[in-house]
Structures are given as structure tokens and as C-alpha cells.
Design a protein around this ligand. Structure first.
Ligand SMILES: Nc1ncnc2c1ncn2[C@@H]1O[C@H](COP(=O)(O)OP(=O)(O)O)[C@@H](O)[C@H]1O
Ligand SMILES: [Mg+2]
Length: 325
């Protein structure tokens, strides 16, 4: 667990980049730090691995003050990924991946095994890339190597500063998906900086929205989207925030909370969708009047009932009540 206690950062000319931030990040969670440019996301992240000094309050990892940690301990325990991947241009891909194991004095066999394992994990062929150099790789491949390198010493904690920010939307989406798959297996504790609310909603177990160095709201994505604490939050997450939150759920989730409506055949238009369809897709069908009765089928194609706007609204209210309690 990472604990931020009344953390403040003042740069020289009295600029308060971080102003009295208190947060807890639970083990195995991805917490997104988001907010407008200059709100202090990078500063907050870099204080965790002491690339910036802390000028007030404290940051604890599992109860231990980061200020008391030694460099070598830091490197083993904290992986760091940045937007411009930070690979060493004159080192081969293999050497780049095992930078930290090298510093930690691992033997050759252990390093090779680790390199092979990590390349498989990120979906790049270990032998094919071993002797290549960073500039010979695409942007997406370089970011994958950046992730592999951060994971090299198997740190429990990862700091990621807009790791996919420089990539085009399609590659970026792919890397987000891949990374979530990896995270399912590794269950790292991750602080992830983003300026993109869609990325935050998709990746985050919780989201901290910052403004001028202060936390405006720290909540699960569905809560942030549906119960913004103030105008700044609701403006930041956008007009379509309620619709966005619907991408977090599918029909199966809804069925756990409410009974499906009976199927009506007298409507203008009837559409059939499967249970794993997101509520966002269902709701946009209803709002765009593609259908006024959406029929839900199970895996075998059997009709189970139908979904209406009222039903989705009821589900959301129940869900939010549970989550915020
Ligand atoms: N080294 C520095 N010296 C002085 N001010 C800085 C320094 N680094 C960042 N700042 C200021 O601190 C604030 C937060 O910056 P930063 O953490 O980079 O924001 P973000 O990552 O959210 O864009 C900004 O006002 C920025 O100008
Ligand atoms: Mg930044």
C-alpha cells in the first residue's frame, strides 16, 4: 500500500506544485492520476521514487517512509515507465530490459531467463529482438520494451507517467488492453498518470482528479462519472459522463441486480443482443432509437427478456448506492 500524507511540493520560486495531498493506494490496484496539464501529476509520481524531494508531509510504502529507502532497494521495488520510454539508444534491447537486474548483480542465466519471460509476456519474440537497437523498433514496440524493463526486477510497485500517451489511438488502445491482461496476472500496485478520461475510466480501479496541486475527487470510475463532487469534476469528465460510465458494465452485471423486462413484440423495431454487450452499447441503441425493445439472449441464443432505459437507470442507482457505501 502507498500512503500519501499531507504531501506538499514547493519548487524554488514558491510554486506549490502539490498542495496537501492525502491518498491511499491499495495493493494490486491501478490508481490513475489525472488532471489538466501542470496540475502536478508528474511531480506527485516522481516524489514516490524520490526523483523529486518532498517539501511537506510524507509518502509511505507499506508503512515505510520513502525518504528512508536506499537507492538499490528503491530500484528493486519500484518500476518506472515514462512516455518517451527512456530506453538507452546505444544498448541492445536485451541490455535495455535487464538494466536493473544488472545493477542488482544477477548472474547471466537468471538475466537471460528473465529477458525471455518478459518478452513473451509483452508479446515480442525474444530472439528476434535481442540484438536490435531501440531506433529499429516502432513506437508501440519501444513502449512495450519500456514496460518490460520496468518489470524486470519484479517490483511490487509501478509508476507509469502517460506510458502510452505518445502513441496513435489504435496502438494505444491495444497496449492498454494488453497491459490490463498482464496486470490481471501480475497484480502490481500501479500509479498511472493520464490526461485522458477515457483511458482513466478503462484502466483505473480508482481515479484521483487533480487541479492546481489539490485532489478534487478520489473515487472509483463509476462514482467519479456519476457523482462528480463539484463543477470542475463534472466539466472535466465531460457531458457524456453518464454514458461513459455505462461502458464499465455489461448486461450480465445488470441482471445480477434487476429482473429483465418482458419482451414486447408490438414495438416499432426489435433488436437482439447478447449478455456480454456493454450497457453503453445498449443505451446508445435505445437513445438513437435503433430499437425500442432490446431483447437479451443467453449463450445458446435463448431469449431471456428485454432491457429498457428505466431498467438501466434503476440498475445504476442500486450500483452507485452499493459502491459509495
Ligand atoms: N523543476 C521544476 N521547477 C519549477 N517548477 C516546476 C518544475 N517542475 C514542474 N514545475 C511546475 O509544477 C507544476 C506541476 O508540474 P507537473 O507535475 O509537471 O504537472 P503535470 O504532470 O500535471 O503536467 C507546474 O506548474 C510546473 O510548471
Ligand atoms: Mg506530466
Amino acid at each position: 500500500m502507498i500512503t500519501f500524507e499531507d504531501v506538499t511540493k514547493e519548487y524554488e520560486q514558491g510554486v506549490k506544485a502539490i498542495d496537501d495531498v492525502s491518498l491511499e493506494v491499495e495493493d494490486g490496484n491501478i490508481v490513475i492520476l489525472i488532471g489538466p496539464s501542470g496540475c502536478g501529476k508528474t511531480t506527485l509520481l516522481r516524489m514516490v521514487n524520490q526523483l523529486e524531494t518532498i517539501t511537506g508531509g510524507s509518502i509511505l510504502i507499506d508503512g515505510k517512509n520513502v525518504g528512508d529507502m536506499k537507492t538499490i532497494e528503491m530500484r528493486r521495488n519500484i518500476g518506472y515507465v515514462i512516455q518517451s520510454n527512456g530506453l538507452f539508444p546505444n544498448m541492445t534491447i536485451e541490455d535495455n530490459v535487464v538494466v536493473v537486474p544488472n545493477l542488482l548483480g544477477w548472474d547471466r542465466k537468471r538475466k537471460t531467463d528473465r529477458y525471455n519471460y518478459l518478452m513473451d509476456l509483452i508479446g515480442l519474440n525474444p530472439d528476434e529482438f535481442k540484438k536490435r537497437y531501440p531506433h529499429e523498433l516502432s513506437g508501440g514496440q519501444q513502449q512495450r520494451i519500456g514496460v518490460a524493463r520496468a518489470l524486470a526486477a519484479d517490483p511490487p510497485l509501478m509508476l507509469m507517467d502517460e506510458p502510452f500517451g505518445a502513441l496513435d489511438p489504435i496502438i494505444r488502445n491495444k497496449l492498454q488492453e494488453e497491459f490490463l491482461q498482464i496486470q490481471k496476472e501480475l497484480k502490481k500496485t500501479i500509479l498511472f498518470v493520464s490526461h485522458d478520461i477515457d483511458e482513466a475510466v478503462k484502466m483505473g480501479d480508482k481515479i484521483a482528479l487533480l487541479r492546481e496541486g489539490r485532489v478534487m475527487q478520489y473515487d472509483k470510475p463509476a462514482i467519479l462519472l456519476n457523482k462528480p463532487k463539484n463543477d470542475f469534476v463534472s466539466e472535466f469528465v465531460g457531458q457524456d459522463r453518464v454514458l461513459k460510465s455505462m461502458s464499465l458494465y455489461d448486461i450480465k452485471d445488470l441482471e445480477k441486480e434487476v429482473d429483465l423486462a418482458p419482451v414486447k413484440r408490438n414495438g416499432k423495431e426489435t433488436k437482439t443482443i447478447e449478455e456480454n454487450t456493454s450497457l453503453r452499447n445498449a443505451i446508445s441503441m435505445l437513445l438513437n432509437q435503433e430499437a425500442d425493445n432490446i431483447v437479451i439472449t443467453d449463450d445458446s441464443g435463448k431469449e431471456k427478456g428485454s432491457v429498457t432505459l428505466e431498467l438501466i437507470e434503476k440498475f445504476l442507482q442500486l450500483e452507485l448506492r452499493q459502491k459509495s457505501s
